[in-house]
Design a protein around this ligand. Structure first.
Ligand code: F6P
Length: 407
């Protein structure tokens, strides 16, 4: 153990999410209790580049210090006291690709050296952690990583910071939409985030009472089978006198041609309308009411990222931040702090990054931590009768279906 007063850097990278400030809050408090100094890098690794470009003096570098006294509110509430309640990142974040330009890389490495850090805490998702890991290897940085993303797809952790709050947003949205859907006998399709992963759609969909949940892991694209299953499910609801329906679709689900749509929810709506009309026309009168039903699409978008962190995300963020400081105290670097089986654990970053890199190279499944087919929540959804886009047994005459969206 080393008793020297340490200088710790902290940055947030990749898309923001609820709970980033709660990690910063915990790191500052835990570090200050040891009389260590924390430096906050603005806009991820761009902060290092800035330091190098501006040739910051030692005095200027002090401007990056994060202290308990950052600012004061009435009654002596200090900035750091309330930080954990806010979403976003006080440091700012970037979500751009690898610093391919050798000059950019050189400046980032130079800036890191100039700060004379003992260690860096990087809060990131799969993409940004991969980039920072490579930089850390090159610059021999002492790196500790903390997983964050509403997609919950960083490998080897059960929870990433931000996920639970986003699930809450989806759940609340479905609850809110239930009443307007029911009042107008409508089907509402809710498009949620999740570039390659369906954790958010699956958890939010179950908790919010969805009838159909479509996620990339189980429904990579909207095949005719899936469309048929959706129409059957929605039609069955009506036959059981339920005159509204809630459908959740993750943005990562592709169209019938296996291509990404800007608005997959709108695409699904058109498909359901046209396909139910086709079925009705092809002598399936039971699909008549569905074809005439009103449908609307709600895209939740960045609301899922900007909600104040719920209690669990603050707890997780705080426990992760405190553990990161402990690891630095013990001189244990190149670690990802994770949540496993009810507690905070650590995993070697090399192992995590290997999984991320392999998955990114896999065109079929680019997600480093996908929803598994036997996931407990997949089984739960099935037991509730939620349609998850499974292949449909008998398409009958419907397989000759072709409509404008399918051409
Ligand atoms: O990775 C998190 C995420 O929110 C994805 O779910 C989404 O596809 C992406 O970020 C959106 O990124 P941006 O804010 O750059 O549009």
């Amino acid at each position: 153990m080393n008793d020297k007063r340490k200088r710790i850097g902290i940055l947030t990278s990749g898309g923001d999410c609820p709970g980033l400030n709660a990690v910063i809050h915990a790191v500052v408090k835990a570090a200050e209790s040891k009389n260590w100094e924390v430096y906050g890098l603005p806009y991820g690794t761009d902060g290092f580049q800035y330091i190098a470009q501006k040739k910051c003096s030692r005095k200027e570098l002090e401007k990056f210090r994060l202290t308990e006294q950052c600012y004061e509110l009435p009654g002596k509430i200090r900035g750091v006291d309330v930080l954990q309640f806010f979403s976003g990142s006080i440091l700012g974040s970037i979500s751009k690709g690898h610093p391919e330009d050798p000059n950019v890389k050189k400046e980032i490495l130079e800036g890191y050296k100039k700060l004379e850090l003992d260690a860096l805490i990087a809060i990131g998702g799969d993409g940004s952690l991969k980039i920072i890991y490579d930089l850390a290897q090159e610059g021999r940085w002492n790196l500790i990583a903390i997983p964050k993303t509403i997609d919950n797809d960083v490998p080897l952790t059960e929870f990433c910071v931000g996920f639970t709050t986003a699930v809450e947003v989806v759940t609340q949205a479905l609850y809110d939409l239930t009443f307007t859907a029911a009042s107008h006998d409508r089907i509402i399709i809710v498009e949620v985030m999740g570039r390659d992963a369906g954790h958010l759609a699956l958890h939010g969909g179950i908790a919010g009472g969805a009838d159909i949940i479509l996620i990339p892991e189980l429904t990579p694209h909207l095949s005719l089978d899936v469309l048929h299953g959706c129409c059957e499910k929605l039609s069955n609801l009506q036959q059981c006198s339920r005159h509204f329906g809630l459908v959740v679709i993750a943005e990562g689900v592709k169209n019938q041609h296996k291509e990404k749509e800007d608005r997959i929810g709108d695409y699904l709506k058109r498909e359901i309308q046209e396909y139910s009309g086709f079925l009705h026309h092809e002598n399936h009168p039971e699909f008549g009411p569905l074809k005439d039903m009103d449908m609307r699409v709600t895209v939740l978008g960045h609301l899922q990222r900007s909600h104040p962190p719920v209690a669990w995300d603050r707890l997780l963020a705080t426990a992760f931040g405190v553990r990161a400081i402990k690891l630095i105290e013990e001189g244990q670097y190149d670690k990802l702090v994770v949540w496993k089986k009810g507690g905070v654990e650590v995993e070697p970053l090399s192992k995590v990054i290997k999984t991320i890199k392999e998955s990114h190279e896999n065109k079929q499944c680019p997600c480093p931590s996908p929803v598994e087919k036997d996931d407990c929540m997949v089984k739960t959804a099935r037991s509730l009768g939620i349609y998850l886009g499974d292949s449909n047994k008998d398409l009958g005459s419907s397989s000759s279906f072709s409509c404008s969206c399918r051409n």
